[in-house]
Design a protein around this ligand. Structure first.
Ligand code: IDC
Length: 321
């Protein structure tokens, strides 16, 4: 009798550990290594260079259905290691505190997949980051407190400053405030700062970057059919003077997010980004009837997206980025 019980317990233990071990292997993707900025580059904990390649959601107020694990996994399979969650800051563009939950869902999904996540405070129609600074403080306090020390989080503090806004008077003071606020909780995560003129003027920022802070990068955005050599020249100049740049948003159509694709200019961009090993995040995960949407408008799926479900820009980007 005793022998039987022992045998039974050994058997049960083996089944249990086997099953649990398997579950752990299935559900837990490798944890992304913590990132840091070294010179103009991003490196991981062992000092190895990391190039972020990602996809950005559309405004999560408008396309929340794509903020899910199966959707992100589809892009991971196509080569993405990063997801950007675009949280519009202006009331008119869907800002609502109730959407914090969506951001958290997105972070969880990306984390389960072992992907990096950029939490993007998406200023746009509110061109000056100071306009909604109070809400930004609340937003970044919430998220940096909640995710402090989680190795896959990056903060993008102002998507695209524009209008009557300068680096010295508006963006830099705003950035200094947000950085010290985030650093109260999260000492190490990379913080990405937007640059003047819809995040194009990295050359201006390079003349007077933020000092005495670690792990700070600067955003450059381009839409290949609109932004050509003159923006690439800004990138080259800033890179040569040592400014760490991340392309947190790009597409290969025009700046409206629509219009014809320019694959010739897009090719020039990819060549330059690869040469400098600069990370890049494609706009946008939706099937909206606009050429920057990565999914074709006839596709209704919000997960398990295959290459054949991609739009023309989606196909080009996944092949050439
Ligand atoms: C666009 C979307 C479009 C939406 C519009 C207004 O593609 O569907 O109606 O915003 O919210 C940016 C912005 C990004 C823009 C994109 C294309 O960061 O929010 O998305 N763009 O215009 N900067 C340059 C281009």
């Amino acid at each position: 009798m005793k022998k039987k019980i022992i045998l039974f317990s050994v058997f049960t233990a083996m089944v249990l550990t086997g099953a649990l071990g398997l579950r752990a292997a299935v559900s837990q993707a490798a944890k992304p290594s913590p990132l840091q900025v070294r010179g103009t580059r991003i490196v991981n904990a062992s000092g190895k260079a990391v190039t972020l390649k990602g996809v950005s959601t559309h405004g999560i107020a408008w396309y929340p259905q794509y903020v899910n694990k199966s959707c992100f996994q589809s892009f991971k399979k196509m080569g993405a290691n990063t997801v950007r969650l675009a949280f519009y800051s202006d009331d008119a563009a869907g800002y609502s505190k109730s959407l914090y939950k969506k951001v958290e869902e997105g972070i969880q999904a990306a984390t389960d997949l072992g992907m990096y996540v950029v939490i993007d405070w998406h200023i746009l129609s509110d061109g000056n980051p100071k306009t909604n600074q109070k809400k930004a403080k609340e937003f970044f306090t919430h998220f940096s407190k909640k995710y402090a020390g989680q190795s896959n989080i990056l903060y993008e503090i102002c998507n695209e400053p524009n209008g009557n806004v300068t680096w010295e008077k508006d963006i830099k003071p705003y950035a200094s405030k947000m950085i010290s606020l985030i650093r109260k909780y999260d000492k190490k995560a990379i913080i990405i700062v937007g640059t003047p003129t819809w995040s194009q003027d990295v050359d201006i920022v390079a003349q007077n970057p933020i000092k005495n802070q670690k792990n700070i990068m600067y955003a450059l955005h381009f839409y290949a059919a609109t932004h050509k050599d003159w923006i690439r020249d800004k990138l080259k100049k800033a890179n040569q003077s040592g400014l760490p740049i991340l392309v947190t948003e790009f597409s290969i159509c025009d700046a409206s997010g629509n219009g014809a694709l320019d694959t010739k200019e897009a090719g020039k961009w990819m060549k330059l980004l690869k040469k400098y090993k600069i990370g890049r995040i494609a706009w946008n995960i939706s099937n909206k009837n606009e050429t920057s949407a990565l999914i074709k408008s006839s596709c209704q799926k919000t997960g398990n997206i295959k290459k054949g479900d991609l739009s023309k820009s989606g196909k080009w980007i996944m092949k050439n980025w």
